[in-house]
Structure formats: C-alpha cells, structure tokens
Ligand binder design. Structure first.
Ligand SMILES: [Zn+2]
Length: 427
C-alpha cells in the first residue's frame, strides 16, 4: 500500500511543479488552512500558542497571514515532545522518528506517520527524477551509518533503491564499495564527494564515472563545486533541506538558484520578525504542509537563505531561492557588531600555505579557536599567518588560538563544518 501511495504522491508532485506560480500558491494556501486547522484542533501546543496570540484558525487564510502566528523554536519542540506536540491518536511506535544531532546544542526528534513519511520520500525524489535520474539507475548514497538501517525507498520493487556508503569509512574503502556498485548516480555530502574526487585524482583512478551527482546538506563552496565538476566532468545538482522537514529546495538543469518545494512547505525569510526583500539574507522559518503527525508551524530552523523573485528558464512554477551561506550557527558576530558568513573562512584560509583542513570555533565574541590539519607546506609561519589573517579581517581585539590536530572530527550527524559559533547573534 505504502509504495503505491508514494508513487501516487510522486506522480502528482511531478505534474504540480509545472503549474503557474499562482496555481502553486493556491495549492499552498489551501494546505496552510488545512494544517493550521488540524494543529489547532489536535495539538495542545499550537492551540495554546494561538490562544495566547489572540488568533484562531480562521485568521490564517493565506501565506501572508502566517506572520500573525508566533514563531516555534527548537526549545519549544524539545520541551513539548511528545505529549503536547504530537497529534492526538498518533502511535509513536508506528512512526518514523528522525532526529537532529544537536549541532546547535538542542537535539530534536520529529515524528512522521506512515502517510507523512510516504509523502516526504516522494518530495525527496522529485528533484532526482527531474534532474534525470531513472528508476533503475545504480544510485550510491553517502550517509551516516545510523541511516543505513532505515527502510529503503521502493526497496521491494527494486526501483529507486539507493546503495549506502558510510561517511565514516576510509576514502579507499568507499572507493572499493563504489567500484563494486559502479553507480550512475552519486549522492551525498559535498565534503565527502570532494574528498572522494581528490583521492581518485591522486591515485589516478578512473573507475568511478557517474553521470549525475547530487550534493546535499552542507554549504557547497565554489571551490568544492568547481573541483567536483571538473574532476567528474559534469554539473553538480545541489539540494537543500534539514532533518526536521526533509528536502525543501533544489537545483534544476538551469543551475540558476534553487526551486522551493512550495506545494509541500512554506519557506519564509525573516529579519527582525519581518519578511526580507528578494535578494536579502533572512533567517528561514518553515511551515510544513504534509506532516500531520507532528506539524511544524513557523518553525525557526536555524538556517539562512535568500529569497529570489526571479523565474527560472526551465518553466517550473516553483519559486526560487539562493543558498549561499550555510547554517546560522556558522556565522560569527565579532565585538564591533559585524557578522561574518562561513564563506569568510574559505577566503581567509585558502591562500595560506600549510593549511590542510581546518575548523574555526568561536568560543566567545572575542575568542576564536582555529583547529588545523597540516599540509606538506606547513611551517611555523603558517600559524602566524592564520592569526594575522583572522585579526586583519575580523578585528584586532579578537584572540586567535591555533592548535594542530591529526584529524578534524565530524559532527555527530556526519557533517563536516568548517566554522561554528557558540555565541548567539543579534540578527
Ligand atoms: Zn528551474
């Protein structure tokens, strides 16, 4: 039953993406009314929130009305799970329960019922199909080992069946696995695929020849994108999303921005509680339109992005956004008030001889630790140059501590972050 449902959802989603923007907005508004009504009726957390704000479901008719609903924070999701935030009648034992790693300090669990999960998997497949993936393609997916035991999509029918490669395996062992899979499609974190490409180049291995590469979940810097694209001689399709809501935006063949899955989620971009204009950076606030087991309404996820008013040449009606700057916790605000995006670190570090990998950790507003893995050109001067570059760019009142390590540990989720701040930012 479930496979059939997924297939039906998928076929509807594939058609819906070609509707006009106003037709998609109509679908979105209708789904907003339904999920708001459901949340108010069946979930104590939202009913209390609405009452405290003096609003009722009838006040929320369209996407523009959402601004009346107070923001939902990670702390609220955590403290209200499960009793106050999971819908009445949902059996958690029958739910899929993805959880976040707590890279922002607050690990969370989200509940998806079977139907919600089927829909999410269909949304996740839409970009892949739209970008040329065929049902029986050999599809290698880099993922953290904890994901490998999950149910595989369409597994029984042996179509869209990903073959998993552990992120935590040594790159040579990943290459062995890939050689035996011989994939057409390689899918995973950009840092893993980048490290793979580097190793293949280093060892002059030409055995891995995918015709499509999907990257996801991390900031894809121009350097990393260019390296992967030139090594494999193709254009990467980058995708955007989060654990809490799944995939929410993606690049089509035009590669001119990311299409937002606006028929399935609402993405707002806020600064100081107000919507930003097209082209400006905003904090992303999501409203999920299909998870009825645990609705997320105006949920502040901690990511930032840029809304766009451009239309894409491909002709899809799904609205566009730009993804350039990664997670909000990769931003650093320094004592004089300036905020630096994670790309700053790529630029600061790239020309310093002797820096292999690195990770910058802002411990206090005026204290940044830089953890380095040496490359062959390392000398004492490397450390001095790191300190000088950081101070010259970010401020001389900052203390910079550099330490050398053998390896930069990944986050629990498997992501490799090059910048992280433990200091909250006044946006
Ligand atoms: Zn497009």
């Amino acid at each position: 039953m479930s496979h059939l449902k997924k297939a039906l959802y998928l076929s509807k989603l594939m058609k819906q993406q070609w509707l006009t923007p106003s037709e998609i907005q109509e679908i979105q508004n209708k789904k907003i009314r339904n999920i708001i009504k459901h949340a108010y009726t069946n979930i104590p957390f939202y009913r209390q929130k609405f009452k405290a704000a003096g609003i009722s479901p009838d006040d929320i008719r369209t996407v523009d009305d959402l601004i009346k609903v107070p923001i939902t924070t990670k702390e609220e999701l955590k403290t209200n799970f499960p009793d106050n935030i999971v819908a009445k009648g949902v059996d958690l034992n029958k739910c899929w329960l993805p959880h976040t790693s707590g890279s922002t300090g607050i690990p969370l669990t989200i509940a998806y019922g079977q139907n919600d999960e089927d829909y999410q998997k269909a949304v996740a497949l839409r970009p892949n199909l739209s970008c040329g993936q065929k049902i029986r393609d050999k599809w290698a997916v880099f993922t953290s080992p904890s994901h490998i035991v999950q149910k595989k999509w369409f597994q029984k029918l042996n179509i869209f069946a990903p073959q998993f490669i552990s992120l935590f395996d040594e790159v040579d062992s990943q290459i062995n696995s890939l050689e035996s899979i011989n994939p057409n499609i390689v899918d995973g974190y950009s840092s893993s695929i980048y490290l793979l490409a580097r190793r293949l180049k280093e060892t002059e291995n030409e055995n891995i020849n995918p015709n499509i590469i999907f990257t996801t979940s991390e900031l894809l810097t121009d350097n990393i994108r260019n390296y992967i694209e030139s090594f494999f001689d193709l254009k990467v399709f980058d995708q955007f999303g989060c654990v809490e809501l799944g995939r929410t935006a993606w690049e089509c063949n035009e590669h001119c921005g990311y299409h937002i899955d606006a028929d399935s989620i609402v993405m707002e971009f806020l600064n100081d509680g107000e919507q930003v204009s097209a082209g400006e950076t905003g904090n992303i606030v999501y409203t999920g339109l299909y998870n009825y087991s645990m609705p997320l309404i105006r949920y502040s996820v901690g990511d930032v992005g840029i809304p766009s008013d451009e239309t894409c040449n491909c002709g899809r009606g799904l609205p566009m956004m730009k993804v350039i700057e990664g997670r909000a916790d990769a931003y650093m605000q320094v004592p004089d008030g300036r905020v630096f995006s994670p790309i700053t670190w790529t630029i600061l570090m790239r020309d310093i001889p002797g820096v292999g990998q690195y990770k910058a950790i802002q411990e206090k507003k005026d204290l940044i630790k830089v953890v380095l893995v040496k490359s062959d050109e390392f000398s004492d001067d490397t450390v001095n140059q790191v300190i000088a570059n950081v101070k010259n760019t970010m401020g001389h009142d900052i203390t910079v501590l550099v330490s050398i390590v053998d390896e930069i540990p990944r986050e629990k989720s498997g992501k490799l972050k090059s910048a992280i701040s433990h200091v909250n930012i006044n946006w």
